[in-house]
Design a protein around this ligand. Structure first.
Ligand code: NAP
Ligand code: ZN
Length: 353
């Protein structure tokens, strides 16, 4: 076992602070990664503040972070895909049972026995897993992804959650040429959703509560932008969408978007607000509409997404911060004040004693 510098929260109300955690020695199947960059996902904030207390209560201390890019520092004796010095990335999962029907289909995100990257029972050390706000992490080789060599590394980190979480439902629901697609909420997930839906050839409409993001939305690939607080603008799009991806982190009116679907259209939730959303039944009945959800993505699809990004030159638009600014970043995230993902430069952790 070895010590690693990290940032952790001690309670739902305490700020993240410098601390030391223990990492296991790599087993024959593991690699140890020296973390270079880690994205800040809104899920980190929900988890640190215990906003998902019913579905996934937080165990403290909590070390968040599941958008990880780094260099391989050690490899176990049975490792075949990585060698010391290679780039490697880790997303929201670090293990699964490998034997259930979901795993056999490459859909590890639905494995009943998966291990999430943080705040999940740690099979090796006991307690819970610790995430990427840390100088290193040890994971099964199988759960490490290959990073395309041509992309900016800090901009790659958010692909590991914001990227795959939007790519997967867009692919699953067949988004492409001839489809009118809405992306709701231009944050970390939303801005990746716009880039992907545009790259897949769809007609992309961004719904935002922030008029100041309009120009960016067009630059990111939107064909149209709707200020969702403006009822008149919303009405112009009634009954016209094939698919709407809802990336909103807070309470909002989902019925307004169900109303915009065509017959047999889909609203898919990837946002995970703290409070339950209210759905008016008639908004589903008339038009045989569907409301679904989608969590992250499996390993095979995550690699496919990274390779797609390599081919198309897609990365996240980021603001790079030292880890000492993480609490300020959380406050700004809550105000939708980031364009469009904070990424921690993990070299800044070296300054901590
Ligand atoms: P984010 O960067 O904070 O973006 C959320 C966006 O939602 C904001 O930029 C804002 O966009 C909009 N928004 C915020 N408050 C709002 C309100 N009160 N009403 C309407 N719109 C509002 O967050 P993120 O990292 O993209 O994550 C978004 C959500 O997805 C979070 O709940 C997160 O936990 C969840 N998530 C789910 C998965 C999954 O597997 N399904 C994976 C990762 C994250 P505008 O300024 O454009 O309105
Ligand atoms: Zn995330």
């Amino acid at each position: 076992m070895s010590n690693a510098k990290a940032y952790s929260a001690a309670s739902p109300t305490s700020p993240l602070a410098s601390s030391t955690i223990v990492r296991r020695d790599p087993t024959p199947e593991d690699i140890q990664i020296e973390i270079l960059y880690c994205g800040i996902c809104h899920s980190d904030l929900h988890q640190v503040r215990n906003e998902w207390k019913d579905a996934a209560p937080t165990v403290y201390p909590c070390v968040p972070g599941h958008e990880i890019v780094g260099r391989v520092a050690k490899v176990g004796s049975a490792v075949t895909r990585f060698k010391v010095g290679d780039l490697a990335a880790v997303g929201c999962m670090v293990d699964s049972d490998g034997t259930c029907p979901e795993c056999k289909e490459g859909l590890e995100q639905f494995c009943p026995n998966f291990t999430l990257t943080y705040n999940w029972p740690d099979k090796h050390l006991g307690g819970v897993t610790y995430g990427g706000y840390s100088e290193s992490i040890v994971v099964r080789e199988k759960f490490a992804l290959k990073v395309p060599a041509n992309l900016d590394l800090a901009g790659v980190a958010p692909l590991l959650c914001a990227g795959i979480t939007t790519y997967s439902p867009l692919r699953h629901w067949g988004v492409g040429p001839g489809k009118k697609v809405g992306i709701v909420g231009l944050g970390g997930l939303g801005h990746m959703g716009v880039k992907f839906a545009h790259a897949m050839g769809a007609h992309v409409v961004v719904f935002t509560t922030s008029p100041g993001k309009k120009d960016d939305a067009f630059r990111l690939g939107a064909d149209e932008v709707v200020i969702s607080k403006n009822a008149g603008e919303m009405k112009q799009h009634a009954f016209s969408f094939d698919f709407i991806l809802d990336c909103v982190s807070a309470d909002h009116d989902i019925n307004a978007y169900l109303h915009l679907l065509k017959r047999d259209g889909h609203v898919v939730l990837v946002g995970a607000p703290e409070k339950p959303l209210q759905v008016a039944a008639f908004n589903l009945l008339f038009g045989r509409k569907s409301l679904s959800g989608s969590p992250i993505g499996g390993l095979k699809e995550t690699q496919e997404m990274l390779d797609f990004c390599g081919e198309k030159g897609i990365t996240s638009d980021i603001e790079l911060i030292p880890i000492q600014k993480v609490n300020e970043a959380y406050d700004r995230l809550l105000k939708s004040d980031v364009k469009y993902r904070f990424v921690i430069d993990m070299a800044s952790l070296k300054a901590e004693v």
